[in-house]
Design a protein around this ligand. Structure first.
Ligand code: C2E
Ligand code: MG
Ligand code: MG
Length: 540
């Protein structure tokens, strides 16, 4: 037997192992979930920045169109003043001016001061005439590159601070211009980690190395916006999720660590404990009286097996007999109960021919070819007549197999009394009972319990009694606890036998034998009082 200490150690170890496994599982799931969350945040962020980019691009296009349709003389004071007003009203633009062949002729910031000495080249010159400059040094602010766009001879410079309000913790972005005709792409804002152009110019989400990317594109504006974040930062942002998952994983791991071994060892050990108890002859048998209802005289006893497990818990026979049936060793219990019954009642059975002990047998007993030889042997050794031993069989067993019916026939041929137990709960039908030749039916206690109520079970009781009478079957009523219940059946003209707490609970053999002796003494005394010694009793 496993000691308590061993069980505690196993429980602690399994708790630690399963809690760790749960935490690891939680970490893996939490990690995946956190990344998923980061991806969706990144998507939202990319959408937000793209919208802002589209807004500024739309403004620059409108502005360039207005500038190009100016009726002022090119780079005249009036035109520069006009451009300044336009820039003043704009939201996203910092400066505007005129350029020719990459040379700035005039601008809203420098006026007509010639800057024409330097020639700038665009990062992208679209076939539609739009030129995009990644940087025009004269307009640099605080070391920030400025993006400029030129259409015709007009150019505008984006305010590099436009996007400051779009900054988000740990998230970065890059804007890429695309030339649809030449399939050329040029990155305008942001320094993405070294990734292929495809990541920056195709809509979607990707993980490259330790960075997550989300790209959104606008066909109308010939550009894409890529938001990105390092996985370390992404997990940092979503650390809360990971922690929750790890905690939940560890919690359930620990919980199963505590309960699994308990359930497992409990289940396993119940069966093993039962086997050990049978081998050690540690099961006990109690006996419940069955009386003749009309006289109250004890005429039978039902042997009922009892088991107290290794933890001192009394286990119900409904539970452990079932386990033994499922595991295929219920025959061992039948054998044990018979041995006890014959040992406890052998001499009583030999002396009192009116008295009988009944044992409960299982379906597998009926199918076991060793069952009848085993009965014969034990009865022979105890010198007890088969008439003194009855068997109780649950009706569902017998309805199933022909082999069970054959065994019943053989049992009755030998003189055993055979009763159908728990009658009314299973396959009770007239035809079936007629077919099955038995001595008695034991009406299930569910019917007895229903007496005094208007349950349907009560309404069929008279039918059951009539049917039994027609078939010549004795009726034994189970579960009689009250006088009302006893009176209900006593009203019948049949010779009914009754079992229940009203007449006596299941008790150990010694107490039962004492009860029998007391009953005998009482009856003898009664008889003596009715017919004192010497009185002439008429005989017929
Ligand atoms: P069963 O054969 O129908 O046994 C009668 C059950 O009713 C017993 O329960 C008994 O204690 C209970 N009982 C008797 N009078 C009253 C009463 O007035 N009121 C109430 N409420 N109950 C009453 P127990 O001993 O718990 O046995 C339960 C079942 O376990 C038995 O039902 C029988 O099917 C099975 N069993 C018991 N011993 C054995 C055995 O040795 N072998 C086999 N195969 N099955 C057994
Ligand atoms: Mg029974
Ligand atoms: Mg019963």
């Amino acid at each position: 037997m496993r000691t308590l200490l061993q069980r505690i150690i196993v429980a602690i170890i399994s708790t630690i192992v399963l809690a760790t496994a749960g935490a690891l599982g939680g970490y893996v799931v939490g990690h995946a979930y956190a990344l998923r969350q980061a991806e969706s945040r990144l998507d939202q962020y990319a959408d937000k920045v793209l919208l802002a980019t589209i807004a500024s691009t739309s403004e620059s296009r409108a502005m360039l169109e207005t500038m190009n349709s100016s009726s002022y003389r090119l780079c005249s004071d009036a035109e520069i003043e006009y451009f300044r007003q336009l820039i003043f009203q704009s939201q996203y633009l910092k400066a505007a001016g005129r350029m020719r062949n990459g040379r700035i002729e005039c601008s809203t910031t420098s006026g007509r001061t010639p800057l024409a000495a330097t020639q700038y080249s665009p990062v992208m010159a679209r076939q539609n005439g739009t030129k995009i400059y990644k940087n025009l040094p004269p307009f640099r602010v605080d070391d920030q590159n400025v993006v400029a766009v030129q259409i015709g001879e007009a150019f505008v410079v984006y305010n590099p601070y436009n996007f400051v309000s779009l900054a988000a913790r740990h998230m970065h972005f890059a804007a890429t211009a695309i030339d649809v005709q030449s399939h050329q792409a040029g990155q305008l804002i942001g320094d993405t980690p070294n990734v292929s152009q495809a990541i920056l110019t195709q809509e979607g989400t990707a993980k490259v190395g330790e960075t997550l990317f989300a790209t959104r594109c606008s066909k109308d504006h010939d550009g894409c916006l890529t938001a990105y974040i390092s996985t370390a930062d992404a997990l940092g942002i979503s650390r809360g999720y990971s922690i929750v998952f790890i905690a939940v994983g560890a919690f359930f791991g620990a919980l199963s660590g505590v309960f699994f071994p308990m359930l497992y060892s409990r289940n396993k050990s119940v069966e093993q404990q039962l086997i050990r108890a049978i081998r050690a002859d540690a099961l006990t048998v109690v006996y419940q009286p069955i009386v003749e209802l009309s006289t109250g005289k004890i005429v039978e006893a039902e042997a009922l097996v009892r088991w107290t497990d290794e933890y001192k818990n009394a286990v119900s026979p409904d539970v452990f007999v079932k386990i033994a049936e499922e595991k295929g060793f219920v025959g061992e219990i039948t054998k044990l109960v018979l041995r006890h019954a014959l040992r406890d009642f052998g001499s009583t059975l030999r002396a009192r021919s009116f008295f009988r002990i009944n044992i409960n047998i299982a379906a597998s007993d009926l199918a076991d070819s060793n069952f009848i030889p085993m009965l014969d042997k034990q009865l022979g050794d105890a010198e007890v007549s088969p008439r003194s031993l009855g068997v109780e069989i649950t009706e569902s067993y017998t309805a199933r197999q022909q082999i069970a019916r054959n065994t019943i026939v053989r049992l009755r041929e030998r003189g055993h009394y055979v009763a159908i137990d728990d009658f009314g709960t299973g396959y009770s039908s007239l035809a079936y009972l007629h077919d099955l030749s038995v001595d008695a039916i034991k009406i299930d206690k569910a019917f007895t319990k229903a007496i005094g109520t208007d349950a349907v079970t009560v309404s069929i009781l008279p039918q059951i009694l009539t049917m039994a009478e027609t078939l010549g079957l004795r009726v034994v009523v189970e579960g009689i606890e009250t006088k009302v219940q006893a009176d209900y059946f006593a009203a019948s003209e049949q010779d009914i036998h009754a079992q229940g707490w009203l007449f006596g609970r299941p008790i150990p053999a010694r107490a039962f034998l004492q009860m029998l002796d007391e009953e005998e003494a009482r009856l003898t005394k009664q008889a003596e009082e009715e017919y004192p010694a010497g009185a002439i009793v008429a005989t017929y």
